[in-house]
Design a protein around this ligand. Structure first.
Ligand SMILES: [Zn+2]
Length: 175
């Protein structure tokens, strides 16, 4: 607030422009000429005053921090993308491996255990138990992995939105 009301008597008139960084309304006194620098009272960004005829615009004075931030964001997107690709790859292997295992058990039972006796029933129960446990485990892994993948995808999406906002700001102040 102190920043905003810091208008001095040499300001014959005051106009407003939006801060390109935080979009807040900034009061620009007439003592600020074209090319002068000021600070946004809301986000403290250094701003450059651009006057063209009667129009007034504010640009971000130093784009270096924004560019650095964008670079770091893009690196993070790249890393999370790679992590997601890895998760997807191992996800496929796990599911296929499990499918092959089940098939092996089924084929073995069908081909080798033709006669139904006590031993066969005992084995069948055991197999059911083991397969049940495996299914539970696979289901748990599936859900965990699935959740991990959707979390990574969500993170990428929000990082992209952030990066887009930054790019927009940089573009607006580069004109
Ligand atoms: Zn601002």
């Amino acid at each position: 607030m102190a920043q905003k009301s810091k208008l001095v008597q040499t300001d014959k008139f005051v106009t407003h422009a939006h801060c390109p960084n935080c979009k807040d309304k900034v009061e620009v006194g007439s003592r600020y000429a074209h090319g002068d620098q000021m600070q946004c009272g809301n986000c403290s960004a250094g701003l450059k005053v651009v006057r063209q005829g009667n129009s007034l615009r504010l640009l971000i004075a130093d784009l270096t921090p924004l560019r650095e931030e964008l670079k770091a964001l893009n690196k993070r997107i790249f890393d999370v993308d790679a992590e997601l690709a890895r998760a997807k790859a191992s996800f496929g292997i796990g599911v296929n491996g499990f499918g092959v295992g089940v098939l092996y058990v089924l084929v073995k039972v069908a081909l080798e255990e033709q006669v139904i006796d006590r031993t066969m029933i005992a084995i069948a129960v055991l197999i059911s138990l083991v397969v049940g446990v495996l299914l539970e485990g696979a289901n748990y892994l599936f859900l965990t992995k699935h959740r991990q993948m959707s979390e990574l995808a969500d993170e990428i999406a929000s990082l992209r939105v952030e990066a887009k906002g930054l790019q927009q700001k940089i573009k607006e102040s580069s004109r």
